[in-house]
Every structure is written in structure tokens, then in C-alpha cells.
Design a protein around this ligand. Sequence first.
Ligand SMILES: *Cc1c(COP(=O)(O)O)cnc(C)c1O
Length: 349
Amino acid sequence: MSFDPNTIARKSVLNLKAYSSARDEFQGTARVFLDANENAYGSPLVDDFSRYPDPVQNELRFRISELLSVDSENIFVGNGSDEIIDLLIRVFCEPEQDSILVCPPTYGMYKVSAATSAVEIVEVPLNKDFQPNRNALKKAANEGTKLLFLCSPNNPTGNLVNSDLISQIAEEFNGIVVVDEAYIEFSGTNGFLNRLVQHPNVLVMRTLSKAWGLAGLRIGLGFASEELLGLLRKIKPPYNVSEAAQQLALNALMNFDEYVENLDLLIKERERLSTELSRLTLVEEVFPSDANFLLTRFRDSQVVFNTLRDNGVIVRDRSRIPGCERCLRITVGTEKENDTLLEVLEKMQ
Ligand SMILES: *Cc1c(COP(=O)(O)O)cnc(C)c1O
């Protein structure tokens, strides 16, 4: 399949002359840098953050390239996945004219970002088994449908989307398919990354916020063709990822063994928590999870939510979302945190 993202990008983005920063204009070494209005007198901090960060995050991208066996040219680093979602919408969707497709129940930021840019949101609900409805998506798409968001594992349902189904949907869709894999590491599968070469209209999104435990650093990752990522780079703020975040993320990514240890522990706890929750009579169903949370249907979710809250345990109420009636989304905590949750629930029986 051949696909040129430039053919569906907004005219204003294609015509735009990208901002050229001081570091874009001079990249070599020199004795003295007096070109970026940085403050050579330093700051009241011990660590030196007086220089602007690398606008293209080379070190970070090289390390990610090494870890995931993806060319660094096919990696984009964003200020969280949320920035990547927003950039995609602003590159491809003409306000008051184009639309995006989303498959609820799913992550809320796709809609918020689209609405902020005055881009229409077309909803094609997931099937009963929480897989996307391929035929309905095909019917819902038209010329102005620029982006289709799939979330795998999906938030808040916790299930993986079938990779063959993603391939089929991508082949039938004329815009960009965004596969949000924020939770993929918890699934024990490789996700869609190794199929990317066959699908030039797909962007896989990942993050360091979940499995890597770095939500506070705000590092989101986009994987796609150079052409597609070039469009995102063209409109991104030049220094979108701070020097502190780049350094700390790199340190973490160098410590792969500890990451694997934590991941294994968390997955074991997820399975234990799921088993324990299933045993409770106030629980109707614990949905299978490939993520770090358990969507759980209760007989009376409101009473459970309030009792948990009154005992200092906060979970996410998803009961008002169609398809998630009487459901709470419970993040897998430490063994002790999960025990606290289970104790409160057991006392309610
Ligand atoms: C948590 C989450 C993200 C991560 O967002 P960041 O901005 O990278 O922290 C992305 N997608 C989904 C579905 C999520 O649940």
C-alpha cells in the first residue's frame, strides 16, 4: 500500500515555514554560544539547565530505537501522548470541516483535542466484545475523515484490539489510523509496531507514563513513517520536551532490568487482584485485562465507590459511560494498596 500523508494534511500546514531555532541554524561545536539568549550566569539550582534542550531529542530517540528495534527516524517524542494527539489533529484536520472517528468506550482525550480544534467527532461504538466494528467504521468514514483512533489495550475496558483487525481497518481507511498502545507492555505482546512497515497510514503511540512509571515526566512516543512524523515536527513547539525530562527518561531507559522487574511484579498483582475481586459477592464481573487496571462491574457500583472513598481508597467511576454500566476502573496498586482495597470491599459483604 502506498500512502502520502502530505495529500491529506491541511493546506496551512503544508504552506507553513517551520520556526527555525538557534540550534536549528547552528549545530556544530563552538567556543562560545551567544545565539539563543540563554543565561550564562546560571540559575539558583545546583544542576545546570541554562541551555535549551535538544529539539529533536536525539539521545532519547537513539536509546528507544535500540530498545524497540525501530529506526530512530521513525520515532517522535512528544510532551506526553496528549501532545501527539493534539499535533495529529492540528496537522490533518481542517476546523469546522474535517472529522475524526473514535470507538467508545475509550480514552477521552481524542474527543477533547478534536473539540478544542473545532473538529467533528464521529463515534462508532465498540462491539459487545470491545473489539472495533469494522463495517460500521467503513460506513462512517468519508473524505473528510482524517483520523481514526484505536486504543489497544483499550482504556477503560482493558482488552487488546486484534492486530489482524487493525490491519484490515487500516487497509480500508483513507486517513491515518492512530493505534494508542499506552498499555501495551502490560499485555505481554509486541503490539502493532512490527507491522508498521506494511501500513504507512498507521501511527503507533506509546508512552513512558504507564509501564515505565514516568507519568510525571510527560514523555509520549509516536512511531510512523518519516513523512508523517515530518509533518508533526513541522508544527511542534521547538523545545517540546524539557532537558530535565529528557535526561531522567534516558536514565530510566538505561535501567531496563529494574523496569522488567517492576513490570513482572505488577502483572502478578493484577492477576491476584483479579482473582480476589472475582470471589466477592458484590462483584458481578471482572473484565480480563491486558493493562494495569481492572474494569470491574459491581451489583451496586455507587455504594462501592462511596464506601471506598469514605475509607480513603479512590477508584475511577466509569459507570455513566455507555457499555460500562455499574463499572469502576481499578488501577493495580502495590500489594499493600491492593490489600487495603480488598479489606474495605470484604467488610462490605
Ligand atoms: C494514560 C494514557 C495515555 C498516556 O498519556 P500521556 O500523555 O503519555 O501521559 C495515552 N493513552 C491512553 C489511552 C491512556 O490511558
